[in-house]
Design a protein around this ligand. Structure first.
Ligand SMILES: [Zn+2]
Ligand SMILES: [Zn+2]
Ligand SMILES: [Zn+2]
Length: 279
């Protein structure tokens, strides 16, 4: 399984075009791994997790096409995870059914987006929308994959029910878990039934501020990793990866190399845009 991180940032891009702090100035000067678009994962070029603004540009930066994407898993309706303009392009470009898995709130918002963009007609985009709630499982044709939606600890405003995904394909299992804080008990219970080859986990606030609700900082992130280890939920040589990284506006954020060094001590990789992990 090839896991390609098309985006690794939080809601605000890194650098922010509207921030003049030293971090952002340095990132604009260096570009490369210093640039993070919204978090987004592409598995085997076919399965896309989240659809942030700029994902198309992210793919082009990685030198790949998204034309082979057939299944789209959305965590929640926040703008940094779902951009209807991108979906308009995705649906029209392929002409093939695009399987869209999302929570109820996002499905309810789809017709409303049409008021902003008359080209966004969910019925003409060849979408196959499947609404998922926590603990729902879907399988691809001939069981080529199974995906289980799990509850996240994240914004519950206006009926939002954010999801994370446990995804199995060709004998490999990954967990895509952003945005979330400490997992709810019902999520831990489901996770405990699996063994993972890769865990991709929110680490939005890293060292910026302590956080275990809604998002995670480094401390609780490492506590979750420890629990995976203690409960035997990681397969041999499993990857544990920090994702959805926010910048702090103080100008003293770590560089990509500093990030990598700090987390490597704990056996953790820090995602960057364009990072590929083969499992
Ligand atoms: Zn987010
Ligand atoms: Zn900045
Ligand atoms: Zn969010």
């Amino acid at each position: 399984m090839e896991i390609l991180f098309l985006g690794s940032g939080a809601g605000e891009l890194w650098p922010s075009a509207f921030c003049n702090c030293k971090t952002c100035q340095a990132a604009i000067a260096r570009r490369g791994q210093d640039v993070r678009i919204g978090s987004c994962l592409l598995v085997d070029r076919k399965y896309l997790f989240d659809l942030p603004p700029n994902v198309a540009l992210g793919a082009i930066r990685c030198g790949i096409s998204l034309a082979e994407v057939t299944h789209l898993f959305i965590t929640h309706s926040h703008q940094d995870h779902f951009d209807p303009c991108v979906l308009t392009a995705a649906g029209r470009a392929t002409g093939k059914p695009l399987h869209l898995y999302c929570n109820r709130r996002l499905a309810d918002l789809l017709p409303i987006y049409q008021q902003f963009n008359r080209w966004f007609d969910p019925h003409k985009l060849h979408l196959d929308v499947q609404v998922l709630a926590p603990l729902d499982t879907v399988a691809g044709p001939e069981d080529e994959f199974t995906a289980t939606a799990l509850a996240a600890d994240h914004d519950l405003t206006d009926g939002e029910e954010p999801l994370i995904y446990s995804f199995e394909l060709a004998g490999k299992t990954i967990l895509y878990a952003c945005d979330t804080g400490w997992f709810p008990d019902r999520t831990w219970q489901e996770i405990a039934k699996c063994q993972y080859d890769a865990v991709i986990l929110d680490c939005t606030f890293h060292e910026l501020q302590e956080c275990r609700q809604g998002h995670l900082s480094t401390g609780p992130f490492l506590e979750i990793k420890q629990r995976f280890e203690e409960e035997g939920l990681l397969r041999r040589d499993a990857h544990f990866i920090a994702q959805h990284i926010a910048h702090g506006h103080e100008g003293d954020d770590p560089s990509p190399q500093e990030f990598a060094d700090r987390f490597a001590r704990h056996g953790v990789k820090v995602a960057y845009d364009g990072m590929i992990v083969n499992i």
